[in-house]
Design a protein around this ligand. Structure first.
Ligand code: PXL
Length: 276
């Protein structure tokens, strides 16, 4: 069985980051080791959330694991809290990266043209540096714009996306994937670029007209979970895009749907059926 380490916050209520990555990657058949970076009462879209940064635990936890000679097939970072934590991730990658360890970076910090409440431009620049150490990065268009000093556009064409991918590629990851890319009316999906093969990949499915928090985390977790089960990154993106859209559609059918997250718990069996 493969083993993934995922490093993100725990939002106790809210269905995002670790409360998605842990159940989803585990259910997909991969051991999921977690390193929480902060404990929040809820994700940051709730008013009045509490937050306890636990950066000071990262080093002792890491040292213990090094002593135990733990190895990871992939390391996946998502929402981190501070510039210092991003620096800690760069050191952690060096400590644990073997030849075949996949470093998967989702530089979670922004959406819809805006940074999340906790972040500023300095944080975005530091995330750009973290991307240099990755095998695969999966920013949305907003995050890509902040990391590459590009103007954010609501309406765009394929040339704009290719230019963004080319700028992302210069940050240094082997594969850059942009999420939330809509190349025609009523469609949405991903477009990626593999710098080693000089190859583009596009996948578009039907757009679902609803936005929920945590869907980016669901996409990333599913994608890495599929890669751990032997899928190529292109196959994994397709599985993750379909599963995320399916989960949003199913959530919308729920009369008591939570505004703060999607009902991925109900759709995991469908994901496993697709995977096997
Ligand atoms: O889903 C991304 C995410 C993760 N963690 C926290 C968040 C968010 C998005 O708002 O607030 C704490």
């Amino acid at each position: 069985m493969k083993r993934v380490l995922t490093i993100q916050d725990i939002s106790c209520l809210g269905k995002c980051s670790l409360t998605i990555a842990l159940p989803v990657i585990s259910a997909m058949g991969t051991e999921t080791v977690i390193l929480p970076t902060a404990v929040l009462s809820t994700h940051t879209m709730f008013e009045g959330f509490t937050c306890k940064d636990i950066s000071d635990q990262i080093e002792p936890i890491k040292q213990h694991w090094l002593k135990e000679k733990v190895e990871f097939d992939a390391i996946y970072t998502g929402y981190l809290g501070t510039i210092e934590q991003i620096d800690q991730m760069r050191a952690l990658f060096k400590d644990f990266k073997k030849d075949d360890t996949i470093i998967f970076v989702d530089p979670v910090m922004a959406d819809n043209g805006k940074l999340y409440p906790a972040f500023d431009m300095a944080y975005a620049k530091e995330n750009a540096k973290l991307c240099a150490d990755a095998d695969i990065i999966v920013p949305n268009i907003t995050e890509a714009c902040f990391m590459t000093d590009t103007e954010y556009k609501e309406t765009y064409d394929e040339a704009y996306i290719k230019e963004l991918l080319s700028k992302l590629n210069k940050l240094g990851a082997k594969v850059s994937v942009l999420t939330g890319v809509s190349l025609s009316e009523g469609k949405t999906g991903v477009m990626g670029y593999d710098s080693e093969k000089d190859d583009y990949f596009v996948y578009q499915n039907d757009r679902v007209d609803a936005t929920y928090h945590g869907t980016g985390d669901l996409f990333s977790s599913t994608c890495l979970g599929a890669m751990m089960r032997g899928k190529t990154w292109q196959e994994a993106m397709q599985i993750a895009a379909d599963y995320t859209a399916h989960t949003i559609r199913e959530t919308m059918k729920n009369p008591a749907k939570p505004w703060y997250g999607v009902d991925f718990e109900a759709t995991i069996p469908d994901l496993l059926a697709k995977l096997n």
